[in-house]
Structures are given as structure tokens and as C-alpha cells.
Design a protein around this ligand. Structure first.
Ligand code: ATP
Length: 215
């Protein structure tokens, strides 16, 4: 992460991977430029927001021309550290954890689950989706230079494992357990509770139905 990025508002930074994925696809298709309208339709962000976001990237679209795909791509790659693979560890090789081990994160971004940990002796020593599964007791021995961890253990285990991860030098945790985990200020936790998300979608469908499209 370089200092330039400190100037980008967090809301904009959150949209970066979304922009990156689309621009990368355009680049693969051999497109040289893209308009904010095209971008807006594809990523579902209004074009005023896109123009504001892109001005932070130093990308000033030209009227009738749009944005230069090559420029945007190189900016995103640099900003998102796409030239360097980020190593990720996964803790808890249950149903969800196993699915993640089979999922190819490299397809869309440069992150790779390099190792997994579990407490179940039947899983330890196996390889799932090409990723070795180690015993969770050995966490500290393997977690070197690993900045990011995915947490898919039962919620009762989440806090204890988190403390060990922090102690081992992990600075970002993607928490898929329903547990709210407590971490020191310098650790970033992103929480994805799938059941809550699903319930919230059902609630919104019921109480805030979207207008039907006309015609
Ligand atoms: P999921 O919640 O992913 O659907 P599941 O229902 O198959 O998984 P859980 O009981 O949630 O199983 O456990 C998830 C995984 O976490 C299991 O593989 C289990 O062996 C593992 N696990 C349990 N306790 C620990 C621990 N302390 N450290 C590491 N892994 C653990």
C-alpha cells in the first residue's frame, strides 16, 4: 500500500476491486477505452460516482472518448498490489471452508489460499483443492509472512483462534462465523455472516419490494 492511496476515500477504495474486474475483462477483449456510462451499466454504480471515484485515480475521462483502459488497468494493478500474490490461510475445513479451498480466487484477483488448518485428525494431512491441511495446533509454525486469514471454524472457536492469528502476525481476517470477534486496533476484520445476509435479503424483498420494470 502506498501513500497515494491514503487520499482515496474508503467508499471509493471498496469499489476498486469491482472496477478492476470489469476493466480487466475489457482489456482481455482488446478494448482500448470505456465510457462512464458503459462502466456504470456494468458495475451498477451511477456515473457521477464513477467520475468522482476515477478523479481520485488521476483518470480524467475525455468527453466523447471515455477512459483509457490501459491506464486504468495499470493504476488498479498497482493500487491493488495485483503484481504480487497475497497469501491467505484458511482455518476450519468444514462445508464452507472446503468450498473456499476448491474456489479459484486467482481467477479474479491475486489472492491464493496457501494453507488450511483444522482440528479434526481425519482432515489433517490431506490436501483439498491443492491446499495442504495442517493441524491447528501447528498454526504458529506455518503462519509466516501470511497477512490474511479466512475464518470458517465454529463460532465458539472464533475468538480463541483469532487471538492466535493476531499473535502470529496476521493483520486481516475475513470472518465467516456468526461470532463478533474482538481484535486490537491495528487488525482489520471484515465480517460476512451468510445467514444474516440471506435473512436481510428476504426481509428487504418483503418490506421494500423493488418497482417492476415497465413494458
Ligand atoms: P461449516 O460451518 O463450514 O458448514 P461444518 O458444519 O461442516 O462446517 P463446523 O462444526 O462448523 O462444521 O466446523 C467447521 C470446521 O472447523 C470443521 O472441519 C471442524 O473440524 C473445524 N474446527 C472445529 N474446531 C476447530 C478449531 N479449534 N480449530 C480449527 N478447526 C476447528
Amino acid at each position: 500500500m502506498n501513500n497515494e492511496q491514503n487520499k482515496i476515500p474508503q467508499a471509493t477504495a471498496k469499489r476498486l476491486p469491482l472496477y478492476y474486474r470489469f476493466i480487466n475483462n475489457l482489456h482481455h477483449q482488446g478494448k482500448l477505452r470505456v465510457s462512464s456510462k458503459e462502466l456504470s451499466d456494468a458495475v451498477k454504480v451511477d456515473s457521477a460516482t464513477i467520475r468522482r471515484d476515477f478523479s481520485y485515480f488521476g483518470a480524467l475521462g475525455k468527453k466523447g472518448y471515455g477512459y483509457n483502459v490501459e491506464y486504468l488497468l495499470s493504476f488498479f494493478r498497482k493500487t491493488l498490489d495485483q503484481d504480487e500474490v497475497t497469501k491467505v490461510a484458511l482455518i476450519g475445513v468444514g462445508n464452507l471452508g472446503t468450498a473456499f479451498l476448491h474456489y479459484n480466487f486467482m481467477k479474479n484477483n491475486n489472492t491464493k489460499i496457501e494453507m488450511a488448518f483444522d482440528a479434526d485428525p481425519n482432515k489433517v494431512g490431506s490436501e483439498i483443492g491443492g491446499v495442504p491441511v495442517y493441524h491447528v495446533d501447528d498454526l504458529e509454525d506455518y503462519l509466516q509472512n501470511t497477512a490474511v486469514a479466512i475464518l470458517t471454524v465454529p463460532s465458539t472457536e472464533a475468538q480463541g483462534i483469532t487471538e492466535r492469528l493476531v499473535e502470529a502476525g496476521v493483520s486481516g481476517i475475513l470472518n465467516f462465523t456468526p461470532a463478533r470477534i474482538t481484535v486490537p486496533d491495528h487488525i482489520r476484520v471484515h465480517h460476512i455472516d451468510l445467514s444474516v445476509e440471506l435473512q436481510s435479503l428476504v426481509y428487504f424483498l418483503k418490506h421494500y419490494p423493488l418497482e417492476e420494470e415497465e413494458g
